[in-house]
Design a binder for this molecule. Sequence first.
Ligand code: AMP
Length: 116
Amino acid sequence: MYDKNNIFAKILRKEIPCEVVYEDDQVLFFYDINPQAKVHILGIPKKKVVDFRDFILRLDQSTVQYFFTKIIDVINGLGLDQKGYRLIINNGRDANQEVPHFHIHILAGENLKGIR
Ligand code: AMP
């Protein structure tokens, strides 16, 4: 079940600030507070979805496609496609997913060998 008090829900309600990279009515991209690489962005859909499974199975295809297309737009907009990037989705306990609102990590800006 979705916890409406998770930290990303608070960010979406503007109760907690974040450094926005891109926002529209469906998605929010912002810088990770504890970056694991020179560029570390988090992308989230605005729908109340807990994890990857929830995101894929509960949302309609156009919403899912929109989210992934926006990832490309953000990456291209920052020129990160030139040298490469890594996308990470942590799903559930064994992956150490900390925040129960589906999100994707975009890591870039340096060679990512050894960074996960
Ligand atoms: P995960 O382990 O996949 O759930 O990742 C959660 C991420 O959220 C971590 O990389 C945290 O550094 C990041 N995070 C937690 N709180 C905030 C916040 N207030 N603003 C930006 N990023 C955050």
